[in-house]
Design a protein around this ligand. Structure first.
Ligand SMILES: *Cc1c(COP(=O)(O)O)cnc(C)c1O
Length: 400
């Protein structure tokens, strides 16, 4: 027999990464449109403005919204470059790989980084932020940057409590938040929660392809922007505001993504914000029942997040038992069962794998993923208590 390459897996890949996420069929169909001039009044009036207004409703803001043809990193950079000046001190509470990335970016842009150390397995205590700000009597800290949902660790931080901590310290720092993997998955209210700048992206809860990102900016942020001297051009809000009609984007607008956005917003509004959040919470709980079963008497895979009240409703990070490789489990799931899981990022590589449960998902999709993971644990020789998938099914049927 001649050597033949391994056959391509048949059937649909179960895509369980915590971003990018599954794109609904109707969004794919909506994007499938001929090119149009992005200044064409038909596009601007019927797609661009309604989509922009819808996105503001999802963010819970009536403030300014600026958009970029870039992934989430671009909007992160915009949040810093538009609000701060060289040497300004930014306080970044540690939550995991993504808070570290934002911090590295701040340093790279010439800001003075003050990192607030915290355990990645539970994230920062708001009291520690309050103490740090109270100690800063000269108000040298210009911004506090918090990742709402730390996608690398599966930890969600309580933003309203952090806002309360900033207020309790009577500190004027701007409050910047990354809502990239929480928006449209769990409650996020930019205005009601007193957030000055909210950073979001297209390819997670919004169920779109990668390629555009955005920042909401409060009135206080717009004031700070006028004084901010970090160099910028493509991401500059002032440059954007000179585009009278669009008030966003320097350069070409990703029109195809806007057709998709219009449809994803329609889906979200048809389901309703609260229902979308409840669906995410319920699907996540089934995953957690499964993992709690696998954990057994603590010799199986564990929740990476040690605080049950902070376990994320959009992603679960699973810590392997000592001596077992998370990458081996991911490889088996991918090669044998055509299931794509998230890997451990940065220092968590090999130690953690992640199941994304954000966006366009239902019970059977997650049960398929969990079933494949349970088989992969078996094949990789990872100790675990059987019956994880049963526990998830029991929960989903009891709450159907
Ligand atoms: C995905 C993600 C990012 C990075 O976004 P990109 O689109 O990959 O640049 C930043 N923060 C969080 C919390 C994320 O989940």
């Amino acid at each position: 027999m001649p050597d033949r390459p391994a056959p391509r897996p048949r059937g649909r890949m179960f895509f369980a990464n915590p971003g990018p996420t599954n794109i609904p069929e109707s969004v794919l169909r909506a994007i499938d449109r001929a090119t149009i001039d992005f200044n064409d009044p038909e596009f601007v009036e019927n797609t661009y403005h309604p989509a922009r207004a819808g996105l503001k409703r999802v963010l819970g803001t009536s403030a300014e919204l600026f958009m970029y043809t870039a992934s989430g990193h671009g909007a992160w950079e915009a949040s810093l470059a538009n609000l701060l000046s060289p040497g300004d001190v930014v306080l970044i509470p540690e939550s995991g790989f993504f808070s570290d990335q934002w911090a590295r970016m701040a340093e790279g842009l010439g800001l003075s980084l003050r990192k607030l150390h915290a355990d990645w397995r539970r994230g920062v205590d708001p009291a520690a932020i309050e103490a740090e700000l109270k100690a800063d009597t000269g108000h040298t800290i210009k911004a506090v940057c918090v990742v709402h949902n730390e996608t690398s660790a599966g930890v969600t931080l309580p933003l309203p409590d952090i806002r309360a901590a900033i207020d309790a310290a009577k500190h004027p720092a701007l409050f910047l938040t990354d809502t990239i993997s929480s928006l449209a998955c769990m409650p996020f209210e930019m205005d009601a929660w007193g957030i000055d700048c909210a950073v979001g992206g297209s390819q997670k809860g919004l169920m779109l392809p990668t390629g555009f990102s955005f920042t909401g900016a409060s009135a206080k942020a717009m004031e700070a922007h006028k004084q901010a001297k970090l160099p910028r051009f493509y991401l500059d809000w002032t440059v954007m505001m000179t585009r009278r009609e669009l008030r966003s984007f320097v350069g070409t607008v990703p029109t195809s993504l806007f057709y998709g956005l219009q449809e994803s917003l329609r889906l979200l509004e048809e389901e309703g914000k609260e229902t979308v959040y409840a669906r995410h919470a319920r699907l996540a709980e089934g995953v957690r029942r499964c993992i709690a079963t696998w954990a057994g008497a603590n010799d199986g895979p564990q929740f990476y997040c040690t605080d049950p009240t902070r376990r994320s409703n959009s992603v679960t990070a699973i810590l392997m038992p000592e001596g077992h490789d998370a990458e081996a489990v991911r490889r088996i799931a991918r090669q044998r069962f055509n299931v794509s899981l998230g890997g451990g990022l940065g220092k968590l590589n090999g130690k953690v794998f992640r199941i994304g449960h954000m966006g366009d998902l239902n019970e059977p999709m997650l049960l398929g993923t969990l079933g494949a993971v349970e088989m992969a644990l078996q094949l990789a020789g990872v100790p675990h208590r059987k019956g994880g998938v049963d526990a998830a099914m029991e929960y989903y049927s009891a709450t159907a």
